[in-house]
Design a binder for this molecule. Structure first.
Ligand SMILES: [Zn+2]
Length: 424
């Protein structure tokens, strides 16, 4: 009767409210259950252009950006968007294979392992959040006061302190290498590898001669708000977390499209919802201004700029904004070849070497282009760490140490080159 209908109505209302609540407040953190990473290989110019357009539109999450004909592209699709994504690819004759069948499942099993380990102190058995990394850097200064100094050099958009760690015992006039990591928040292997290498340099006395001749200026996590967000809300956040004028509430700019050298000319988007949004103007992102100011302050002392990303196993040098090569590209290529052959000798990991545009598609506003083109750092490199897409951003934590070991061999080649060439 009416009583039954009334209570049925009540149940419906409650259900409707639950559904609304679920829509209004997305699960924290995002589970990504059912999301798939698809791989396509563009074989025609039309296909490559279609993929580049999809990237700029910002509807899908590109894990590996379109590079060149014959080079794989990885795209993550959520359950609700997968059919539309596959249709769009199929329309252009692109056959997708499944690279990761269920992203959420991989995240769950990695989260379980992390819980079992339960380590909140800095180590390289696991990935660590911003606060743990900062506390560890502070402890280095306490434990190795003759080798390390730590300076608060700025504050992120959301108010996180940004630190510059300096390693060296030969005085401020020695030639320097500037190293940053974590510019893209979800590329967790980057801060992990940078901190691994710092730890080796500081704790192994075999490097005291190197540290007496070369200074290392290190900022392991230069997108602190984005990095924190990958721990709290969305593992695959890439950009900064600044407000934009987006009507859809999209946040953040791509910090590696935000630097003021041929800004937003190519391979970047003016759409705030795109993963490659260049920002409203060059250096709109405070975190990039902080890094810029440190590189500028150090000036001609910096002989090498290294910025670590993942994934793809590439060792790249400018230019990113044009297919033209810098006039001294042969010098950059020689050093890269030596660094990579040392890297490969450790675990057999293979890297591709080349200028950014010839290795990946053209993209202006990158930090390496600015370091070379504006700040005059001769040897500017962007390194894309492991892997080649089996796990992508979800590189298992048991690969941190092997990645650190091999990348450190490459860094040693670069550092010894700086010592031999510039230290007097
Ligand atoms: Zn990156």
């Amino acid at each position: 009767g009416s009583r039954g209908a009334h209570s049925a109505m009540k149940v419906l209302l409650v259900l409707a409210c639950l559904v609304l609540a679920a829509v209004a407040t997305p699960a924290r953190p995002k589970t990504h259950l059912g999301s798939k990473v698809l791989r396509v290989v563009p074989e025609t110019k039309d296909q490559l252009q279609h993929l580049q357009q999809l990237l700029l539109q910002g509807h899908y999450d590109f894990w590996k950006e379109p590079r060149a004909l014959g080079s794989p592209v990885d795209i993550m699709g959520t359950v609700s968007r997968l059919p539309e994504l596959i249709a769009s690819l199929t329309n252009h004759g692109l056959r997708a294979t499944v690279q990761i069948p269920d992203v959420g499942k991989v995240m769950e099993s990695q989260a379980r392992e992390r819980m079992q380990r339960g380590s909140t102190r800095m180590d390289w058995a696991d990935y660590h959040d911003y606060d743990v990394i900062n506390a560890w850097m502070a402890s280095l200064v306490t434990d190795y006061p003759d080798l390390c100094t730590l300076e608060a050099v700025g504050t992120s958009y959301e108010g996180r302190v940004m630190n510059l760690l300096t390693l060296g015992s030969g005085g401020a006039d020695k030639p320097g290498i500037f190293i940053d990591g974590g510019i893209h928040a979800r590329e967790w292997i980057s801060p992990a590898t940078v901190t691994y290498m710092v730890n080796e340099l500081v704790t192994d006395s075999a490097f005291s001669d190197l540290l007496a001749n070369v200074n290392f200026y290190v900022m392991p996590t230069i997108n602190p708000d984005g990095y924190a967000y990958t721990f709290s809300d969305d593992r695959f956040w890439r950009k900064t977390r600044s407000e934009t004028d987006s009507a859809f509430g999209c946040k953040g700019a791509d910090p590696n499209r935000n630097w003021d050298f041929h800004w937003n000319e190519v391979g970047a988007s003016s759409n705030p919802c795109s993963e490659t949004y260049a920002g409203p103007h060059p250096f709109s992102e405070v975190e990039m201004r902080v890094v810029r100011d440190e590189i500028t302050r150090l000036g001609s002392k910096i002989k090498v700029y290294l910025t670590f990303h993942s994934y793809s196993q590439l060792w790249m040098y400018p230019w990113g904004f044009t297919t033209d090569l810098p006039s001294d590209w042969q010098d950059l290529d020689d050093l890269a070849q030596n660094a990579v052959s040392a890297l490969t000798s450790v675990h057999g990991t293979t890297y591709e070497i080349g200028s950014s545009t010839n290795t990946i598609y053209a993209a202006a506003g990158g930090s390496d282009d600015w370091a070379k083109g504006v700040s005059g750092v001769k040897y500017a490199y962007t390194v894309e760490l492991r892997d080649q897409g089996n796990y992508g951003f979800l590189l298992p934590s048991n690969q941190i140490i092997p990645t650190g070991e091999e990348t450190f061999e490459a860094l040693k080649v670069v550092a010894n080159f700086v010592k031999d060439t510039y230290s007097k």
